[in-house]
Every structure is written in structure tokens, then in C-alpha cells.
Design a protein around this ligand. Structure first.
Ligand code: SAH
Ligand code: SF4
Ligand code: F3S
Length: 478
């Protein structure tokens, strides 16, 4: 919701929890006004996120609350309030946060009134919270993934006490709607359609830190999208860990395909994307809806994780290599030219050279437009962490490099195919290197740079893709 459009009369219609939170925001606003007087400037806040699109969307909600209180948002961590929205999907995401916390301690020595909050997926792990309590005493507030909506209440609690405030919920069934939120872009936005995950892939920590799957009511989703469109948004990305299982736990169940059909009817909305699709739940109905709607982007992210049916079984993915390839065939037949991308894990426990060859085989058969490749990372608490036969680092590295080479060779060939064509492009920003150029995104998610005016930002225009430069194009307006 756009903050500025939040009228009091709308607050009247909100749930009692939402109203309670607005009250905390209001109190903090008064506190902030006083601080502003004393300092002769507004307080500054910096929100950094370390994770996926859902993590980024949560950061927008945090920003929304802070701006409503009066904070001025800044990029630098030399701010009055620094919030790290953490990720724990792989170990290196985790390590990054500890590294940065050391730096924050120095900043806090310079500015003792500075507040530091940690939230997000990492904080849902007890061992992490224990470590912070013990070794990072200067952190002010710790909260998790289920209670972001309480940020103002937790800040108030911190101001009223002189110790660290910790509030972590193990899980929740609650979805608190209508809180403020601030968007990074004015013309495109992420919209949560569900939270949590029930799949328990054996390597993955997400179900433990994000809780059980909960779908938002379709009416709330449609209302949010209509408000976004009224506010200038033309492209939305529907977000969920497994969007294909949307709606199963609603009072009146609804499928993702049915939801999409309602969403594409919204006037003024031009483009719809979604992520992530689990192959096991991708229905023929969804393929049909994608095929028939011009608004749905010509791109599907379909994580395969491994090409070996044996490994897929141990990963608890619920499909075989053959079923995945058959699904890809059906998608490509229904929607010729669709861009497919994927996620692949290398070095899952017990992965043999033969298993890895199966993954390479899938990559060659599907021909992905791009693939996110990950080295398996052991996550404590997941079934895979206890599996024997963890793979030797050198072997994993060697496989990873072979995979990357294969993926890149195929992807650059595919990108080149569009050279010379005219495509519709959403203009996103002024080019970072050359201010005479604009940068826009094709329906298939690739970027193109072309001569144009800043006024075009947020508009969909036709661009001829003159030259392919590997993974992007140089083009011209037509
Ligand atoms: N819900 C999405 C993925 C969310 S996590 C899905 O099911 O597709 C994003 C990606 O991180 C996953 O697709 C997987 O490839 C990778 N990942 C998750 N856990 C991992 C681990 N322990 N080690 C390495 N990569 C992992
Ligand atoms: Fe993790 Fe699997 Fe859920 Fe994706 S579907 S978030 S990989 S458990
Ligand atoms: Fe990371 Fe949490 Fe997303 S663990 S990948 S931020 S759901």
C-alpha cells in the first residue's frame, strides 16, 4: 500500500492487530518528531537484505513502517537505525552477516544512540540467536520472519527498556494485512501470494525458518494489485516458495491457475511474473492459462536441483528426471519460445559422477536461458546434513565448473537467437554506466540498453535488439 494514500477512514476498516500496530507507529512518530527537533535533522535508517525476493519484499514492509515513523531511508550503514534482514539458505549467506556485524560495532561506538536490529530467516535458528546474545551484545532488537508487522511495537519496547529485545515466533497461522509498505520501484512490485513451505526438500532450511505454508485470500491479493496499478505499477511478480500449491489451505480452495486468471483481468496491469514453481505441482491448467494470456511473461523459473532420479528421490523432490523432461516438453509445445531458467545444486551427499552426468544431460536437453548453480551447503537440522558421504570439496568444485561452462555455452547461444527482433520492453532505469542510455527488461527477463529519455521509465516500449552482448543487448527504440 502506498503510505501517502493511507487515509484514517481506511484505518477504521483494519483488523484489530493492524490498528494496534498503527498506534505504536503513531507514538513513535511523536518520539521521532521530538528527536528531529533536538538534532535538527530527521533520524536515518538503513535496511539491508541478504536473501531472496521474499526477503526483499519483507524489507519493503520494514521500510514502510520506518518511513511512516519519520525515518529518512539511506543506503549507508552510518545511520541511526540499521536493520539486517538475513538469509540462511546457504552457509555463506550466514557468514556475511557475522562479518558485517563487526563493522556495525565500530559505527555504534561512534554513535551510541544508534540502534541495530536483526531479523529474517537466520534469526529463526536458536543457535544463531544464542550466539548473538553471547557475542554481539550491542544488537538492540532481534525478530524473525513471522512478526515483521510488529516492528514498531518492538522498537517501542527497546526504547522502554535498556536491554536487547528478542521476539521470535516458531510459526504462525496469522497473516496481518494492510500495514504500510514502501516500494523500491514505482512501476513494478512484488506481491506475496503465500508464505512458508511444506515441501521439506531434504537439503533445505526454508520450511524450518519460514514455517508452514499459508496462502493469502484471493480478495486481499487482488485488492493489493488493484491499488498498486492505481498507483502506477504495470508489472507484478507474484511471490511464494511454491506458487503452484497456492490456495490448498484456503477456506474455499482455489488453484494458482485460477488465481492467475483473475489477476490478468485487472485493467492497467500489463505484465505478470511469478516465482517459484515447483515442478511436482505445475498443472496443465497453469500451462493453458500461461499460453492464453498475453500479460503473463514469456518466462518460467523451474528449479530442477538435480538430473538424477536417484538423487531427486533422496532430495524429496517428488519427481523423476523423466517426469521433469516430460513437463518441460509440454510447456515448450504449448508456449514455443518460452524462456526457461532453473536452480541446480552440485555435490548433494552421495552424488556420484553418473548422477552428475544426468544433471548435465538435463541441462543439454532442456537448454536453459540461464541457471543459478549452487554448491551444496550443509544446513544443520535438515535431513541431508546427517547423510553420510558428504562429497569432497575438490570433486564438487570440479563438477561445479563443468556445469557452469555447459550452462553458459547454451545460454549465450540462446540469447543470440533474439538478435534483430523487435520486442516489448519495460523501461526500468537510466543505464548505470552511460547516462544517455536507458535500461529495460524484456518479457523473458533479459536486459536491453538503448538511447532514450528518462521520461520513458515505467513505460512499455518497442525496442529492436540490434546487438547481443552475451547476456544483454544493445538496441534502439522503434
Ligand atoms: N522454493 C524454491 C527455492 C528456494 S531456495 C524452490 O523450491 O525452487 C533457492 C535455491 O537455493 C533452491 O532452489 C536451491 O537450488 C538452493 N538451495 C536451497 N538449499 C540449499 C543448500 N542447502 N545448499 C545449496 N543450495 C541450496
Ligand atoms: Fe526449500 Fe524445497 Fe521449499 Fe523450495 S520447495 S523452499 S527448495 S523446501
Ligand atoms: Fe534465504 Fe529465507 Fe529466502 S533463507 S532464500 S531469505 S526464504
Amino acid at each position: 500500500m502506498n503510505l501517502e494514500n493511507t487515509k484514517n477512514q481506511e484505518v477504521e476498516e483494519f483488523s484489530s492487530e493492524t490498528k494496534r500496530q498503527y498506534q505504536y507507529i503513531e507514538n513513535l512518530r511523536k518520539w521521532h518528531d521530538q528527536k528531529k527537533e533536538e538534532l535538527g535533522r530527521p533520524l536515518t535508517a538503513c535496511v539491508q537484505c541478504f536473501g531472496c525476493q521474499m526477503n526483499a519484499r519483507d524489507a519493503e514492509k520494514i521500510t514502510g513502517i520506518l518511513e511512516k515513523i519519520g525515518y529518512q531511508m539511506v543506503e549507508t550503514e552510518e545511520a541511526d537505525f540499521v536493520i539486517y534482514n538475513t538469509c540462511t539458505v546457504r552457509e555463506n549467506a550466514n557468514l556475511k552477516v557475522y562479518g558485517r556485524l563487526g563493522y556495525l560495532s565500530k559505527l555504534k561506538k561512534k554513535n551510541p544512540d544508534m540502534m541495530i536490529a536483526l531479523c529474517g530467516c537466520m534469526m529463526q535458528e536458536q543457535t544463531v540467536v544464542d550466539k548473538i546474545k553471547k557475542s554481539y551484545r550491542y544488537v538492540d532488537i532481534i525478530f524473525g520472519t513471522h512478526n515483521i508487522f510488529k516492528l514498531a511495537e518492538l522498537m517501542q519496547a527497546r526504547l522502554d527498556s535498556d536491554g536487547m529485545i528478542i521476539d521470535i515466533w516458531k510459526d504462525t497461522t496469522e497473516i496481518v494485512e494492510d500495514l504500510p509498505s514502501e516500494r523500491k520501484y514505482r512501476f513494478k512490485a512484488g506481491v506475496n501470494i503465500m508464505f512458508g513451505c511444506n515441501n521439506f526438500c531434504s537439503y533445505c532450511i526454508v520450511p524450518y525458518v519460514r514455517g508452514r505454508e499459508r496462502s493469502r485470500n484471493p480478495e486481499d491479493i487482488i485488492k493489493e494489485i488493484k491499488e498498486l496499478v492505481a498507483d502506477g505499477v504495470v508489472e507484478i511478480m507474484l511471490l511464494g516458495q511454491n506458487v503452484n500449491s497456492y490456495g490448498k489451505n484456503l477456506e474455499s480452495p482455489m488453484t494458482f491457475a485460477e488465481l492467475l486468471q483473475e489477476i490478468v483481468k485487472i485493467d492497467g496491469l500489463e505484465r505478470v511474473r511469478f516465482m517459484t514453481s515447483h515442478p511436482k505441482d505445475l498443472s496443465d491448467d497453469l500451462i493453458e492459462v500461461m499460453k492464453n494470456s498475453k500479460k503473463i511473461c514469456n518466462h518460467l523459473h523451474l528449479p530442477v536441483q538435480s538430473g538424477s532420479s536417484r538423487i531427486l528421490k533422496i532430495m524429496n523432490r517428488h519427481y523423476t528426471k523423466e517426469q521433469y523432461l516430460d513437463l518441460v516438453d509440454r510447456i515448450k509445445t504449448a508456449i514455443p519460445g518460452i524462456s526457461l531458467t532453473t536452480d541446480i545444486i552440485v555435490g548433494f551427499p552421495g552424488e556420484t559422477e553418473e548422477d552428475f552426468e544426468e544433471t548435465l544431460d538435463v541441462v543439454r536437453k532442456v537448454r536453459y536461458d540461464s541457471a543459478y548453480t549452487f554448491i551444496y551447503s550443509k544446513r544443520t537440522g535438515t535431513p541431508a546434513a546427517n547423510m553420510e558421504e558428504q562429497i569432497d570439496d575438490a570433486v564438487v568444485k570440479e563438477r561445479f565448473n563443468r556445469l557452469l561452462k555447459e550452462v553458459q555455452t547454451i545460454a549465450s547461444g540462446l540469447t543470440k537467437k533474439h538478435e534483430g527482433t523487435v520486442q516489448s520492453v519495460l523501461v526500468e532505469q537510466v543505464n548505470e554506466q552511460d547516462a544517455s542510455l536507458m535500461t529495460g527488461r524484456l518479457s523473458n527477463s533479459l536486459l536491453v540498453h538503448f538511447k532514450g529519455e528518462e521520461e520513458l521509465i515505467g513505460k512499455i516500449v518497442d525496442v529492436r535488439l540490434n546487438e547481443c552482448k552475451g547476456f544483454y543487448y544493445i538496441g534502439e527504440l522503434v
